[in-house]
Write a protein that binds this ligand. Structure first.
Ligand code: PMV
Length: 291
């Protein structure tokens, strides 16, 4: 039974450790950002919605319509608090919200596994060769350890720690960055392996509440990502600034070539101070998450 309006929601995500190496089968850790959300609204329309195979939202909606065997006499609207192309999972979150809204509009139940499958079809368009990490984290309420093709496990911790997320103001270029790493061939392997090792050590540090180790591992991961050529001058400057004003560790996050960085600290007051310093230094927006 069709509804007057179909509504779908998703939250965003941030990668703590393991971007890029996750594409090659190494483990990664990512966190849901439950307060940064996107909504999609679907309504009846007299005209048929345009099918655009290059647009992830269109791919998400048509994958749902094709699955349901429904026609596209619909229009959609997105309301998003997730900045686009900043490594915060905007494309995955929008796809999830759009699929949920389409199923909701047609009054159809949607299993988690089908939602994940359809959202990853949209991610094929937004990324090249997506690991599946973004969709999985946007569908999770807790932090996850993720290995491509193998699955995920929830990571449960409650630390006296805060993560500052800072936006360089530049669009990230995930697809280009993934292609850049691929083009490096064998010379990328030691860095990818090291990123995988750092991610595993970070999990240990998280689960044993060892924040100074965790910070150090994040900063080392940034150096590896920089050597892979996927960071940016702006992110490097803000990472260095976060460390100089007392962060325990800092790194770029997500695909890179722009986008966001993260920094670790122990108290909310300290997090606010670091966020302010990063904004003074050029970050266009900051968010604070308790770990
Ligand atoms: O830029 P984001 O947030 O979509 O993250 C991309 C993460 C990569 O590891 C670079 C790619 C992937 O598919 O996991």
């Amino acid at each position: 039974m069709k509804k007057k309006i179909g509504i779908g929601q998703s939250h965003s995500k941030i990668i703590l450790m393991g971007e890029h190496s996750v594409v090659y089968g190494y483990s990664a850790i990512a966190l849901p950002l439950k307060s940064i959300e996107v909504f999609c609204f679907i309504e009846e329309s007299k005209s048929v919605l345009n099918r655009d195979p290059q647009d992830p939202v269109s791919v998400a909606i048509f994958a749902s319509l094709d699955y349901l065997g429904e026609e596209a006499y619909i229009s959609y609207r997105i309301a998003s608090g997730v900045p686009e192309r900043r490594g915060m999972g905007s494309s995955a979150a929008v796809a999830i919200a759009a699929i949920r809204a389409t199923f909701d509009y047609f009054g159809q139940a949607l299993s988690l596994s089908l939602l994940e499958k359809l959202a990853n079809q949209a991610e094929e368009v937004a990324h090249c060769n997506p690991s599946g990490l973004d969709v999985k984290t946007c569908l999770s309420d807790v932090a996850i350890h993720f290995v491509k093709g193998e699955g995920f496990k929830p990571l449960l911790f409650d630390l006296d720690a805060y993560l500052i997320i800072a936006d360089t103001g530049l669009h990230g270029h995930t697809k280009e960055a993934v292609e850049k790493v691929k083009a490096l061939g064998d010379s990328a392997v030691p860095h990818l392996k090291s990123l995988g090792d750092l991610s595993q050590q970070a999990e240990e540090a998280l689960l044993t509440n060892n924040l100074s180790d965790l910070g150090g591992l994040m900063t080392q991961a940034h150096k590896e990502l920089k050597q892979l050529g996927v960071s940016s001058v702006e992110a490097d400057e803000l990472v260095a600034h976060a460390l100089s004003v007392g962060a325990l560790g800092s790194k770029m996050t997500g695909g890179g070539l722009g986008g966001c960085l993260i920094a670790l600290t122990t108290t909310e007051i300290q997090a606010q101070m670091i966020a302010e310093k990063l904004e003074e230094k050029g970050a266009i927006n900051t968010w604070i998450e308790r770990l």
